[in-house]
Ligand binder design. Structure first.
Ligand SMILES: [Cu+2]
Length: 326
């Protein structure tokens, strides 16, 4: 009902506006004026409106957003490499905001100050080599530095030494996640999509001896300050594994394995103290993969070695599971 009323009001306002314009047209006809002639007064009104809307109101809105939406940004990274991503993000955003607050006021002020008047019109100034050089070379240098900085951070993150990392598989399918721990040998048993079926939801090859001690879980537990290597697979479409608090994101692509190595630096308990009792580390799907995409998530828990051992020891290995089935 409210929506219908809003549409009606908007429609009536538009109709009123059309009538006002029509009245103006008729009046100027009576006065023998050309309605399409742009007067100094028109230019002044347009320039002032532009100044108020694009200058004052827009900049005020930007500042308002910083103040009111700033607190909704993610807390500082809970992983070792995440600190480098945060610095990169702060540097890039700082640079963009700095340039924005210089160029935007200048743009708005020039439009206002140099509007056309009777005595002033645009100066024809088609070319200046020095100006061209400045606005080509300066952005080239700045942007190259930003790109170089970003690429060096990315290559540092993706070339991390994983020899000491605990290997965990994160398996994506419409519309949930399943985890597989690699067991005492720290090596995942082979898997093949042709073997997916019945209880073998991950298509693990049970002929492979390395698969015997693998453990399948519905959430992921990690040990604080211990490196982990997540290996991603997907059963159906491209998903994207996104762990915002650890600054981790990687596509999960059917038919291939992707990976991301990181080291968590904060336990869930520490984060709860800092961010409130409701806090949980969470894995989200960050690629629109179907109707229930929005709800495709899995809990991550970061804890001490003792808590982790207690949790994982309680889980059955794949071979135990199969024995109990027989
Ligand atoms: Cu998904």
């Amino acid at each position: 009902m409210t929506n219908i009323l809003i549409i009606l009001v908007v429609f009536l306002l538009l109709a009123a506006l059309v009538q006002v314009i029509r009245v103006n047209e008729l009046l100027s006809e009576l006065k023998n004026q050309d309605l399409n002639k742009v007067t100094d007064k028109d230019n002044k009104i347009q320039a002032t409106l532009f100044f108020l809307i694009a200058g004052v109101a827009y900049l005020a809105l930007v500042l308002w957003q910083f103040k009111n939406w700033g607190p909704f940004l993610l807390p500082p990274a809970s992983s070792v490499h995440g600190a480098a991503i945060d610095s990169l993000m702060n540097f890039t955003m700082g640079l963009i905001i700095f340039v924005f607050f210089i160029t935007q006021p200048i743009l708005v002020w020039f439009v206002y100050k140099y509007r056309k008047t009777k005595t002033k019109s645009a100066y024809y100034y088609p070319h200046n080599n020095n100006l061209e050089k400045i606005w080509t070379i300066v952005p080239t240098i700045v942007l190259s530095a930003v790109i170089f900085y970003g690429m060096s951070v990315w290559s540092q993150i993706t070339n991390a030494d994983t020899s000491e990392s605990t290997v965990i598989e994160v398996y994506a399918k419409q519309f949930n996640w399943i985890a597989r721990y690699s067991g005492d040998d720290n090596t995942l048993g082979a898997a093949n999509f042709r073997l997916v079926g019945g209880k073998n939801t991950l298509g693990v090859d049970m002929e492979d001896i390395k698969a015997a001690d693998d453990k399948i879980t519905r959430e992921v537990h990690l040990v604080v300050d211990k490196p982990v290597l997540l290996r991603f697979r997907s059963q159906d479409v491209i998903h994207s594994a996104y762990l915002p608090h650890f600054r981790v994101q990687m596509n999960c692509v059917p038919g291939m394995t992707t990976q991301f190595a990181f080291t968590p630096t904060q336990t869930t308990a520490q984060m709860k103290q800092q961010e409130g009792e409701d806090f949980e580390f969470i894995l989200l799907c960050n690629k629109i993969c179907g109707v229930a995409h929005y709800n495709m998530q899995m809990k991550f828990v970061v804890e001490t070695q003792e808590e982790y051992d207690t949790w994982l020891t309680g889980k059955k290995t794949l071979s135990e599971k199969l024995l109990t089935q027989k």
